[in-house]
Design a protein around this ligand. Structure first.
Ligand code: SF4
Length: 279
């Protein structure tokens, strides 16, 4: 059954910042830390790394040299513990019943809120339940149903082309490999990761959307700005079995506390270990 989100943080949000005496940039590029670093992250970190104890990175964007991989791995573990405790029920906030519905919903979610997509998809799936039906749908009719999600002409064109490709190349089944998914019209690595991780239970990568991009930087995990490079850094810092949930944790925190324009640091339980925390 589809799940609905919307729950906020479960813990009191005011917290002092022991040890957070200075703001220190922490950085790692897509090339670091060393291969195998992720395996050294404890399954359950026992001790948070205070912001003041984090290694100092070079000012140059994307700098990696001079950082201590072990300290960064410990920092990643502390962030995981904090976020997992804060959002024990973090999950994909798009409503879906199977891989097909999640694929369609994720394509619709570009430049649109999950809430808005969830308002549109019941009518869409009611009228065209699967790829065979959507492949034969008139584009104008699809446009009308998805209009409120924005960019509706492009999205309708992509959805119909994607449905045709799923029918023609994959017998009407959503493919279960990154290679096949990204060859579908309108499907990039981010969408493929959403489908693989949530509907098919395959940790192929980390979904890097605007929230993950922002949080990864603010939390001192990377100075990379390219989504694929950020993804590679995160894949190196966290064990594979955490990749899908990691993106949900970052997205939930980005939506609820670490706002793009006005991060609510005074309410944030990560303030003691966040190098971007406001004083
Ligand atoms: S809200 Fe502030 S302290 Fe919390 S993660 Fe964002 S920048 Fe860091």
């Amino acid at each position: 059954m589809p799940r609905k989100g919307g729950r906020g943080p479960r813990q009191p949000l005011s917290q002092k910042r022991p040890g957070a005496t200075r703001r220190i940039p922490v950085a790692v590029t897509s090339k670091g830390p060393r291969p195998g670093a992720a395996s050294r992250i404890p399954r359950k970190s026992t001790k948070a790394v205070p912001a003041a104890a984090l290694p100092t990175g070079r000012k140059r964007k994307g700098a990696a040299k001079g950082l201590a991989p072990a300290a960064l791995a410990a920092h990643a573990g502390s962030l995981w513990d904090g976020l997992a405790a804060l959002y024990p029920d973090a999950h994909c906030e798009l409503d879906y019943r199977d891989a097909w519905q999640l694929l369609v919903a994720t394509i619709l979610s570009a430049q649109c809120t999950d809430k808005r997509v969830n308002m549109v998809t019941p009518a869409l799936f009611g009228r065209w339940p699967g790829p065979i039906q959507l492949a034969a749908a008139p584009q104008e009719d699809v446009e009308e149903v998805i209009r409120t999600t924005g960019f509706f002409r492009n999205k309708a064109r992509n959805l119909i082309a994607m449905a045709n490709a799923v029918v023609d190349r994959h017998g009407g089944e959503v493919p279960s490999s990154m290679g096949d998914l990204v060859l579908l019209p309108g499907v990039g690595r981010k969408t493929a990761n959403v489908v693989l991780g949530n509907a098919l239970g395959i940790n192929e990568g980390v979904v890097v959307d605007t929230h993950v991009q922002r949080l990864a930087a603010r939390l001192g995990l990377t100075t990379e700005t390219d989504p694929e490079k950020i993804e590679r850094v995160l894949m190196g810092l966290f064990p594979r079995d955490r990749w899908t949930l990691l993106s949900h944790l970052l997205i939930w925190h980005g939506r609820r506390v670490c706002d793009a324009r006005r991060p609510r640091c005074h309410e944030c339980t990560l303030v003691a270990i966040c190098p971007s925390a406001a004083p």
